[in-house]
Design a protein around this ligand. Structure first.
Ligand code: NDP
Ligand code: 2IT
Length: 444
C-alpha cells in the first residue's frame, strides 16, 4: 500500500470531502509501514474496507418552529465499522454539518473506540440544524423529527448514538424519549442520558477530565507538574467546561475560552466561581462568551482565536481545524510545551507538523478525548447489567482507560530518539485492533 496512491483514488471518488480526506491521509501515513509488513492485509483489501463506511443514511428532517413555519434540515447517520462492537459515536447539530465532516468523525471514531479497550465500533451522525437561538420547544420538535427517521436504524446492540457539538443532555433526552416511544422499549440506545433514566455519573465530565488525565500522563514522561501552568482552552461547551473544572482542581490556571463569535482572555485565571458563571451562561441561558468579558472586565477579541495568546499548555476544545500552522508556530515560539486535543482533529496537518518538529508533547484527539466515548461505553455496561456505579467507580475506570491509551501510544509511537509520536502510536494501536477483527471475520 502506498498512502499517496490510496489517497489519490479516494480524492477522485470523493472530491468534495476535504475533512474526510484529511483524516484518512493522517491515519494511512501512520500505518503504512506496519500495514506493509502484513501482506495478508493487502490481499484482503483492508484499506478500502477500512476507509469506506459500512453504510450511510441521509434523510430529510421536517419540523415546525414556534411561528408555525415548516423547516427542513438534512439528517445523517454514518455506520462506519462494527468490527469490534455496535456502531458507536455522537450526533452533531451545527450549521456546518455535511457528509465530509461526519465521515471524518465516523472514521476517527472507529480507531478511537478501539483504543478505549471497550467493545465499540465507530459511527457518527448529525444535522445542519443549529440549536442556537431556538426555544426548548423547537429543539424538542427537531430532536423528535430527527429520531422519527433514525429510530429504525439504531438500537442498544446495533448503533448507539450520543452527544457532540450542539447535542448535550437536553437533546439526548428528547431523542431518547422519542426512541422509547417508537420502539416501545426502554433500552440503553443512546448514551449521555440523564442520571434519572439510565445515564452514567461522570459522563458529562468525562471528555474534559479524560483529556487532562491523558495530559498528566504525557507530562509525567517529562517529569513536569501541571501545577501553576497557564492553559489556553478554546470552546466553551461541554468539553471546554470540564477541562477547566479539572485544571482548577489540579492547581493549573485556565486563561481563555471561546465560542464561534470570539474569545476571552483572563490572565488572572478562570476560577471556580467564574466557571460556574460560564456553565450557567452556556448551559442554561445559552448566551455568548463575550458576556464573560463584560462581567469580569477582561479582554474579548471578536472573531479571534485563543492561540494568538501565550500559554504553557494548549487544550483545543471547540472544533476541527481550529489551530492553523501559523497559530502552532506562535504557540511553540511563545513557550507552549504541550498540546492535548479535547476536540476532534482541531489541528491542521501543518500545525501537527510544527508541534512534532519542535518535539513538544502533542496528543491527537482520538487518544486524548477518548474518555468521553469510553465513559459512554461504561454507561452501556451499566445499562446492560441494570446497575449504576458511583462517581468514584466510574472516575477510577476512566483514569485507568486513559492511562492504558497512553501506554498504547508509547508502545507503538516511541521513536528512535525517544520522542513519543502520539499520532503514530494512536493510529497504529487503533488500526491493529480493528484490522485483526476484520481479518478474523472473513470477507463481509
Ligand atoms: P458543545 O456544543 O458543547 O461546545 C462546542 C463549543 O465549540 C462551543 O463553544 C461552540 O461555540 C464552539 N464551536 C463549535 N463549532 C465552532 C466553529 N465552527 N467555530 C468556532 N467555535 C465553534 O460541544 P462539545 O464541547 O461537546 O464538543 C467540542 C469538541 O469536542 C468537538 O470537536 C467534539 O467533536 C469534541 N468531542 C466531544 C465529546 C463529547 O463527549 N461531547 C467527546 C469527544 C470529542 P458556539 O456556541 O458559538 O457554537
Ligand atoms: O467524538 C466523540 O467521541 C463523542 N462525541 C462522544 C461519542 C460517544 O458515543 O460518547
Amino acid at each position: 500500500m502506498k498512502t499517496q496512491e490510496v489517497v489519490n483514488d479516494l480524492k477522485r471518488r470523493f472530491p468534495n470531502e476535504p475533512e474526510y480526506l484529511q483524516a484518512v491521509t493522517e491515519v494511512l501515513e501512520s500505518i503504512e509501514d506496519v500495514y506493509n509488513e502484513h501482506p495478508e492485509f493487502e490481499k484482503a483489501n483492508l484499506i478500502e474496507r477500512l476507509c469506506i463506511s459500512d453504510r450511510i443514511f441521509t434523510f430529510r428532517v421536517t419540523w415546525v418552529d414556534d411561528k408555525g413555519k415548516v423547516n427542513v434540515n438534512m439528517g445523517y447517520r454514518i455506520q462506519h465499522s462494527n468490527a469490534i462492537g455496535p456502531y458507536k459515536g455522537g450526533i452533531r447539530y451545527h450549521s456546518s454539518v455535511n457528509l465530509s465532516i461526519l465521515k471524518f468523525l465516523a472514521f476517527e471514531q472507529t480507531f478511537k473506540n478501539a483504543l478505549t479497550t471497550l467493545p465499540m465500533g465507530g459511527g457518527k451522525g448529525g444535522s445542519d440544524f443549529s440549536p442556537k437561538g431556538k426555544s426548548n420547544a423547537e429543539v424538542m420538535r427537531f430532536c423528535q423529527a430527527f429520531i422519527l427517521e433514525l429510530w429504525k436504524h439504531i438500537g442498544a446492540d446495533t448503533d448507539v448514538p450520543a452527544g457532540d457539538i450542539g447535542v448535550g443532555g437536553r437533546e439526548v433526552a428528547y431523542m431518547f424519549g422519542m426512541y422509547k416511544k417508537l420502539q416501545g422499549e426502554f433500552t440503553g440506545v443512546l448514551t449521555g442520558k440523564g442520571i434519572e433514566f439510565g445515564g452514567s455519573l461522570i459522563r458529562p465530565e468525562a471528555t474534559g477530565y479524560g483529556n487532562i488525565y491523558f495530559l498528566l500522563e504525557m507530562l509525567k514522561t517529562k517529569g513536569i507538574s501541571i501545577k501553576g501552568k497557564k492553559c489556553l482552552v478554546s470552546g466553551s461547551g461541554n468539553v471546554a467546561q470540564y477541562t477547566c473544572d479539572k485544571l482548577i482542581e489540579l492547581g493549573a490556571i485556565p486563561v481563555s475560552l471561546s465560542d464561534s463569535d470570539g474569545y476571552i482572555y483572563d490572565p488572572e485565571g478562570i476560577t471556580r466561581e467564574k466557571l460556574n458563571y460560564v456553565m450557567e451562561l452556556k448551559n442554561i441561558e445559552r448566551g455568548r462568551i463575550r458576556e464573560y468579558a463584560e462581567k469580569y472586565g477582561c479582554k474579548y477579541v471578536a472573531g479571534g482565536r485563543v492561540w494568538a495568546e501565550k500559554g504553557d499548555i494548549a487544550l483545543p476544545s471547540a472544533t476541527q481545524n481550529e489551530i492553523h500552522g501559523d497559530d502552532a508556530k506562535h504557540l511553540v515560539e511563545t513557550g507552549c510545551i504541550a498540546v492535548s486535543e479535547g476536540a476532534n482533529m482541531p489541528s491542521t496537518p501543518e500545525a501537527i507538523e510544527v508541534f512534532q518538529k519542535a518535539r513538544i508533547l502533542y496528543a491527537p484527539g482520538k487518544a486524548a478525548n477518548a474518555g468521553g466515548v469510553a465513559t459512554s461505553g461504561l454507561e452501556m455496561t451499566q445499562n446492560s447489567i441494570r446497575l449504576s456505579w458511583t462517581s468514584e467507580e466510574v472516575d477510577a475506570k476512566l483514569q485507568q482507560i486513559m492511562k492504558n491509551i497512553h501506554e498504547q501510544c508509547v508502545k507503538y509511537g516511541t521513536q528512535k530518539d525517544g520522542y513519543i509520536d502520539y499520532v503514530k502510536g494512536a493510529n497504529v494501536a487503533g488500526f491493529m485492533k480493528v484490522a485483526k477483527a476484520i481479518m478474523a471475520q472473513g470477507v463481509l
